[in-house]
Unconditional design. Structure first.
Length: 254
């Protein structure tokens, strides 16, 4: 990130109650530097991420109750037709999954409604705040028990910091890769995420950390063009039109 391209994330607070509720997260967000003039807005119980250079784009926020996620739950496929579930479940019916790069929580949500119990980790403070706010709002819905029992946002941001007693069957990784095209075809969330996060250069370290704690498998989602990180411990793959889910063996324990 060149010095002339650095912007401090702006925090716009219109909901003081919400701001006080997530003060710790906001303090972390105020330290974030971006490659575009991004901002987060707290208003009417919701946290959204926007870009001052693209005012017509609207805010990026997490909504597990309505919109595309609710539609996907009602009309989406089952374990055999959802590629992420085929990769993460294998032959398991109700695996425990650590989603180590949870992002906006979409893959975690798919895995959860298909029967998994998902523990979510997110390293970026801004994305973590969006995710936390989406889950908090979902807890107030008619389906609050589902979110409380199946989608658990951990207090730590990375799996390497986790010190709890749960051993995941699967650790799921969906790292950010360099953006290959600048066009309207790239979803607004991904454009904004690239400007906020950039790309994850530590993909091999993520894989190594995941293999240390996974009980049965590690799954990494990649663009189809991405290289395989460790061919020696890759056991299978699930391929879609645009992505490849590489399945790796866990680290053998003595």
């Amino acid at each position: 990130m060149n010095s002339e391209d650095v912007y401090k994330l702006e925090v716009i607070v219109e909901d003081e109650v919400l701001a006080s509720f997530c003060q710790r997260e906001l303090d972390a967000c105020r330290k974030i530097l971006c490659s575009s003039p991004l901002f987060i807005k707290l208003s009417e119980g919701m946290v959204g991420l926007g870009n001052l250079n693209e005012p017509k784009q609207g805010l990026v926020f997490v909504d597990f109750v309505g919109g595309t996620m609710a539609h996907r739950r009602q009309f989406g496929g089952g374990k055999k037709s959802e590629a992420v579930a085929r990769a993460c479940f294998g032959n398991m019916n109700s695996p425990v999954i650590f989603d180590a790069t949870a992002g906006l929580g979409r893959d975690a949500y798919v895995n959860a409604y298909l029967g998994a119990r998902v523990h979510l980790f997110e390293r970026n403070p801004v994305v973590r705040l969006l995710l936390k706010n989406g889950l908090d709002r979902a807890m107030s819905s008619d389906n609050s028990d589902f979110f409380r029992e199946r989608m658990i946002l951990e207090d730590v941001s990375t799996i390497s910091e986790y010190s709890g007693d749960v051993v995941p069957d699967t650790v799921y990784l969906d790292p950010m890769y360099p953006e290959r095209q600048k066009s309207a075809l790239v979803k607004k969330e991904m454009r904004t995420f690239h400007e906020l996060i950039g790309c994850d250069e530590d993909r091999l370290e993520l894989l190594d950390d995941a293999r240390k704690i996974a009980g049965k498998r590690v799954v990494m989602k990649n663009p189809k063009w991405a290289p395989i990180l460790n061919e020696k411990v890759r056991t299978a793959e699930v391929v879609t039109k645009n992505h490849r889910f590489d399945i790796y063996s866990p680290l053998l324990r003595s």
